[in-house]
Design a protein around this ligand. Structure first.
Ligand code: ZN
Length: 216
């Protein structure tokens, strides 16, 4: 098995795992990963995470030209924005995950710091998460909004829509977006219950020890 066919299988396996656990339903969600030659593998438009075909993933060459597979997701500008502004990005994932979408609709959420600091891994895997405004699906303005962050955030939340997370590889991006959804679920579960979030000293200790992208 070549490294690329392994990567194709890995993408489809992780997508199916997220679909099977209800992290994104129907034909929602999209995923992309860098190939060894500087190209990209991308989930095709209109496909379900539960049934991605490794052989039909959209394949871009290092110049960004589609060279094989089906038409890519229409959210391609969103993915490209992360690859272009964060040079270490090896994969990008977008889900329509229930609890993070619910949290994005709450009127008192801080757009510059979408997730409350509830657990260490939420901070370690995501840093600060930016809440972007509502855009029509496929609107290239979404990509512009991500570029406007100048590579300073690895995770954004599209209001009333879903999270988008970049990682160094496919495993890291999927783990991080799952952490985002889990933290949003905790935030929704404990809303208005007086739950104690991490305090400033605890946050500072985590940021220092784990070199988290935080003060940006
Ligand atoms: Zn979407």
């Amino acid at each position: 098995m070549t490294p690329e066919s392994k990567l194709r299988e890995h993408i489809c396996m992780l997508a199916k795992s997220m679909f099977d656990r209800g992290l994104t339903g129907g034909s929602t969600g999209n995923i992309s990963a860098r190939t060894a030659d500087g190209g990209l593998l991308v989930s095709p438009t209109g496909t379900s995470f539960g049934r991605l075909d490794p052989a039909r993933l959209s394949r871009f060459n290092s110049k960004g030209r589609l060279v094989d597979g089906d038409e890519p997701t229409k959210e391609m500008p969103l993915h490209s924005a992360f690859y272009e502004t964060r040079s270490k990005t090896g994969a990008v994932v977008h889900l329509h995950s229930c609890h993070s979408v619910a949290l994005s609709m709450m009127p008192d959420v801080d757009p510059d710091d979408f997730l409350p600091p509830l657990t260490p891994y939420g901070l370690m895997k995501l840093g600060r998460v930016k809440l972007l405004p509502f855009f029509l699906p496929g609107d290239p303005e979404m990509g512009k909004a991500v570029r406007g962050l100048a590579g300073k955030r690895s995770a954004v939340m599209l209001a009333n829509h879903g999270p988008v997370v970049a990682g160094k590889d496919i495993e890291a991006a999927c783990n991080a977006i799952e952490e985002l959804e889990d933290t949003a679920r905790l935030a929704m579960m404990t809303r208005r219950l007086g739950a104690k979030a991490l305090n400033d000293d605890q946050i500072k200790a985590l940021v220092t020890k784990f070199d988290i992208e935080w003060d940006q």
